[in-house]
Design a protein around this ligand. Structure first.
Ligand SMILES: [Zn+2]
Length: 212
C-alpha cells in the first residue's frame, strides 16, 4: 500500500513538472519572489474541496487557509488559534486582500462531528477541543431542525457554520475597519461536492443561492 502511495506521489510530481508547471511557467516566474493575491480563501481541510480546483485558480491568485470545518476563532469569546489568526492577519494587513471567502461544503465531517458530539468525538480529544466552539451552534441546529431529515440537518449546520464564521471575521478590528471603508468584502459560500456547484449567502434573501 505504501508503495502505491509513493509511486502516486512520484507520478504526480512528474506530471506537474512537465505538464501544469511548463504551461504556467510564465506565471510561476512572475510570482517567484512575491505574491499579490486578491482573495483570502478560508475553507475546510477536506480532500475533496480544493479551492484552486474549484476556482480554476492560477498560482498567486489565492491565499489559502484550510482547517477542519473552515473555522475562524471568535475574538469576543477569547478563542485562541494563532495558526488561523496569523494567516488571516497576514492576508488582510500585509497582502491587503480585497475579498475574504469562507467556504463550507456538503458532507462536511467536521460539521457532522460537531452535530453528533460525544458519539464521534469521544476518542478524538484534540478534535473535540477544537470543535468545542461549534457546540452551541450544533445544539441550536439540533433544536430547530428536530423534524428535518439528517441531510437537511447537515446542510443547515454547514450553512449556519459559514455564517457564524463571517460574524467572527467582523470581530477583528483590522477587518471590520476595511469593510466599513468599503475596501474589503467578505462572502459566505457552500460548495456541493455532488454537483460541483457553489452557492453564496445572500443577505437580502437570507439564503444560499447559486453563484452561477
Ligand atoms: Zn469539511
Amino acid at each position: 500500500m505504501q508503495e502505491e502511495v509513493r509511486s502516486k506521489i512520484q507520478r504526480g510530481l512528474k506530471t506537474f513538472q512537465v505538464g501544469k508547471y511548463e504551461k504556467s511557467k510564465a506565471i510561476y516566474k512572475e510570482h517567484a519572489t512575491q505574491q499579490n493575491p486578491d482573495i483570502l480563501y478560508i475553507g475546510c481541510s477536506d480532500s475533496r474541496v480544493s479551492p484552486e480546483v474549484i476556482l480554476d485558480a492560477d498560482p498567486g491568485e489565492l491565499f489559502v487557509l484550510r482547517n477542519i470545518a473552515n473555522k475562524v476563532p471568535s475574538l469576543k469569546k477569547n478563542e485562541m488559534d494563532p495558526t488561523t489568526m496569523s494567516a488571516i492577519e497576514f492576508a488582510v494587513v500585509v497582502l491587503n486582500v480585497k475579498t475574504i471567502v469562507i467556504c463550507g461544503h456538503s458532507n462536511c465531517g467536521g460539521c457532522a462531528a460537531a452535530l453528533s458530539g460525544e458519539k464521534t468525538l469521544g476518542t478524538l480529544p484534540y478534535t473535540k477541543q477544537y470543535l468545542e466552539p461549534l457546540k452551541e451552534l450544533s445544539e441550536k441546529v439540533t433544536r430547530e431542525a428536530f423534524d428535518k431529515t439528517d441531510t437537511e440537518k447537515a446542510r443547515m449546520m454547514e450553512e449556519q457554520n459559514v455564517l457564524k464564521q463571517l460574524v467572527h471575521l467582523r470581530e477583528y478590528s483590522f477587518i471590520n475597519k476595511r469593510i466599513e471603508a468599503g475596501d474589503l468584502e467578505i462572502q459566505g459560500w457552500r460548495f456541493d461536492i455532488g454537483s460541483g456547484k457553489v452557492e453564496r449567502y445572500n443577505e437580502k434573501t437570507d439564503s444560499f443561492r447559486p453563484i452561477i
